[in-house]
Design a protein around this ligand. Structure first.
Ligand code: AMP
Length: 305
């Protein structure tokens, strides 16, 4: 098993969905990613929180294989984000994004982090993603995520990131925005020309589309009767995906497909409750059971002749 280094937001989220509303709950891309990935591999986190992120909040990381030596706690307020979802949960509006302590943040990797073979640049300013990349020695596999906020506000830095990563994991709306192409197959071709050889497009309740080389792999999302809060589904997906790759080192087509399904499994749990409430009490046995359910869900027989 190999370790994964991640940089990204650790946040206080306020969220409104048709199921309810919560304020100032623990969130952030690096938080969701780390908690999900730690089910599979050791995680090393690079991020910053303010002094309002107390020890009680910190417990979300406790008792897991998450190394917090690279998580700074500084005077000031933690990153804050507020989002509101549509009735069908397929779209959401950002009400505000307050970078707060991320505004002045300069990542400094502990020496022990520099040789980490797997790197996931979770959602945060691409300039910070680049600073982390500059401090790691020849990683084996680097993947990144981003968001409309950075596509609109930091495109030059984002393009520099894209030129240096093996994989990009983004949602369909962002893929269209980044490429200027409405068609996802064309969007994928255009984004891969920007750098990443492997592209994973997250499509919410429509599942995931992966493309590498000439091939595509499509996986559905688990059909769920109740979805409380989609926040962090993308990061949780990435945690399961990268976690499985780091745990197995298997980059074969079959291994990549399994990683996509582990990502989908983790995301399907995460959306069942607000914040990280479902991931907090999730057991790895439940992960395996749902992985098998996915196999049944997607299996079909070939033609007999
Ligand atoms: P997702 O639902 O996977 O897009 O991730 C939502 C998480 O990303 C929330 O917990 C937010 O705190 C965090 N987030 C929202 N906007 C940003 C941003 N511009 N940069 C970094 N993290 C963000």
């Amino acid at each position: 098993m190999q370790a994964i280094l991640t940089v990204g937001s650790v946040a206080f989220d306020s969220i409104k969905t048709p199921s309810g509303e919560v304020a100032r709950v623990v969130g952030g891309a690096a938080t969701y990613f780390s908690v999900a990935a730690a089910f599979f591999a050791d995680v090393r986190m690079v991020a910053v929180v303010g002094d309002d992120f107390d020890d009680g909040r910190m417990q979300v990381f406790g008792g897991r294989s998450i190394d917090l030596a690279g998580l700074q706690r500084v005077p000031g307020e933690t990153f804050r984000w507020k989002g509101e979802y549509s009735v069908d949960l397929n779209s959401r509006e950002t009400i505000y994004t307050h970078l707060n302590v991320f505004d002045q943040f300069r990542p400094v990797l502990p020496d022990a982090y520099r040789q980490t073979p797997f790197v996931f640049l979770a959602n945060i300013h691409p300039a910070l993603q680049l600073e982390v990349l500059r401090q790691v020695d020849a990683p084996r596999f680097v993947a990144a995520d981003t968001m409309n906020f950075w596509i609109e506000g930091a495109l030059d830095d984002l393009r520099a990131v894209l030129g240096r990563v093996d994989a990009l994991v983004i949602n369909d709306e962002e893929a269209r925005q980044l490429s200027g192409e409405a068609n996802l197959v064309k969007a994928a071709r255009s984004i891969r020309a920007m750098g990443p050889k492997l592209l994973v497009i997250k499509r919410g309740e429509s599942g995931v589309l992966m493309t590498r080389g000439q091939g595509f792999f499509a996986a559905p999302a688990m059909p769920l009767e109740s979805v409380a809060d989609p926040t962090g589904a993308g990061d949780t997906f990435a945690g399961g995906f990268m976690g499985h790759l780091a745990a197995t080192g298997d980059f074969s087509d079959a291994g990549m497909r399994r990683a996509i399904i582990f990502g989908s499994v983790m995301a399907s749990f995460n959306v069942e409750a607000f914040s990280l409430d479902r991931l907090r009490d999730l057991d790895y046995k439940e992960v395996e059971v749902r992985f098998r359910e996915f196999k049944r869900l997607t299996h079909f027989e070939g033609l007999s002749s």
